[in-house]
Structures are given as structure tokens and as C-alpha cells.
Design a protein around this ligand. Sequence first.
Ligand SMILES: Nc1ncnc2c1ncn2[C@@H]1O[C@H](COP(=O)(O)OP(=O)(O)O)[C@@H](O)[C@H]1O
Ligand SMILES: N[C@@H](CCC(=O)OP(=O)(O)O)C(=O)O
Length: 266
Amino acid sequence: MNRENLKTAKRIVIKIGTSSLILDNGKINLKNIDELAFTLSSLQHEGYEIILVTSGAIGVGLNVLGMTRRPSEIAQQQALAAIGQVELISLYNQIFGRYQQKVSQLLLTNDVIAFPESRKNATEALNAILGLGIIPIINENDAVSVDEMDHRTKFGDNDRLGAIVTTISDADLLIMLSDIDGLYDKNPTIFDDAQLIDSVSEITDTLMKSAGGAGSRFGTGGMTSKLEAAKIIFDANKQMVLTNGARIFEIRDIISAKKKGTYFGQ
Ligand SMILES: Nc1ncnc2c1ncn2[C@@H]1O[C@H](COP(=O)(O)OP(=O)(O)O)[C@@H](O)[C@H]1O
Ligand SMILES: N[C@@H](CCC(=O)OP(=O)(O)O)C(=O)O
């Protein structure tokens, strides 16, 4: 596969990270959310099938309560996610509505995907929503997911969730929107001479070593979790583009196979 394959993508999953949804001062990034709603709604109207995987429940929850730091206690984080998710989906509903696009909400946990019956159910629900011309907006059900040894229902992070949603929906492409232009040969927030990588066909150990942790105080997994997601994409013989959530209009360039971000395809 190469970038030319992007021109044939019809069902597309977009994953947007917290760093693209929340400004450094903790306020909501309305510019990005508006551009996202306009771009995704217009693509959907033109016949693409769009699925949005969104982070931001905890970030928006902090904003709602006027807090600046993520609490360390799990119950507090879950409470914040429950509070923030309502606000987040309500914002999406309002702003997509402005572009005549209806949205729906799916909150998933890993067990839903792990069991074949519930996985099939989730896939069928997604297909039905898309069949109605509605954009599914998906996040992890953070308020109830747990990470116990014998009862693990957490996905870990939304990069992984984005890759899993791409596989269960049999989408043609995952576009991952982050706070950086793509994958660099070393962490660009540390090394000034880091070079943007145009395309990746295999996740090697060297590549994994070049990836560092999260860049902002809101991001969770950093580049490592994006490369882990790319492994899931490769295993499912799918493709992914990692690009900057600050220039959402470039999604159109990406699906026209223009050189934007980093392309992952085998
Ligand atoms: N090799 C690398 N290439 C690009 N970014 C990297 C690399 N290694 C570490 N990073 C860091 O990963 C960050 C993106 O991940 P993250 O903060 O989790 O964002 P998001 O909220 O979009 O998921 C970048 O801002 C950067 O600081
Ligand atoms: N599900 C969590 C986000 C988890 C996550 O992976 O966040 P990010 O690294 O910003 O994509 C939330 O909505 O706050």
C-alpha cells in the first residue's frame, strides 16, 4: 500500500486527542472543534462514511469544574470523565448541528470488543448508525472502565481505541490528529534537528525507541501509543495517517494522497 490508496478510502475513522481539543490554558479549543465539525460533516454529506473517536472527557471535565490539574485518584478521574463527557458530546451535537449533521454517542469498554458476540453487536450498531447517515462519536467509557488483573475493561488509551474501531468497523483508513505534524525520527520537543518521516511500512524496534511520551499535560500515551496503534492497523492490513490537529482542513489533502503527516501502510 502507498499514499495513492488513500484516494479510494470511503469509510474513515478520525481520532482526535485531548491536546487538539483543549488549549494550554485549559479552555476548549473551539476553533479546532468547529473545523472538525465542518470538515467531517461536509465529507459525510459528500458520501464518505465518517466515524469520530474522541478523547477529551477528562480535559473538558477539568474545564467544567475550573480545575487545572488531573487528580491522581481513580474515582476522581472517573467522576471528571463522567462530567466532561456530557459537555463534550453536547458541544459536538451543537456544532455538528450547525452543519446539518446528526451525531450519536458510543462509549465502549475493552470487554465489549474482546467477546465475539458483543463485538459483533458493536459492529452492527456502527453499521446501522452509518447507514442512517449519522456520525458515530466514540470514546472509552472512562467512568466505569477498570484495569484489574482479572477484570480488565480499559483500552489503555484512545490511540488503541481508534485502531480497534478501525478494525471492527472495517474502515479503510484511520486519521490520527495529534499536536504534532507526524512521526519524527526522534522526539522533536527535545531534538531541534528531528526530521519528519513521510511514510512507515513496518514498526521496527528502532522506530519504537525513537518515540517518546506525551507532549502536553493533557496527552496520555505520547508517540509510543500511536506506534502501538499502528501495529494494530498493520496487523489488520489497514492504513493510517498521523497528522496535526491544528490543521484539520488538511484531512482533504490527505484523502487526495498529498504528502501531509506520516503515512503508515504496508
Ligand atoms: N518521535 C516522535 N515524533 C513525534 N512526536 C513525538 C516523538 N516522540 C515523542 N513525541 C511526543 O508525542 C506527542 C504527541 O502525543 P500526545 O501528547 O499523547 O498527544 P495526543 O493528545 O494528540 O494523543 C508530541 O507532541 C511529542 O511531544
Ligand atoms: N478517554 C480519555 C482520553 C484517553 C486518551 O488516550 O487521551 P489522548 O492521549 O488525549 O488521546 C478522555 O476522554 O479523557
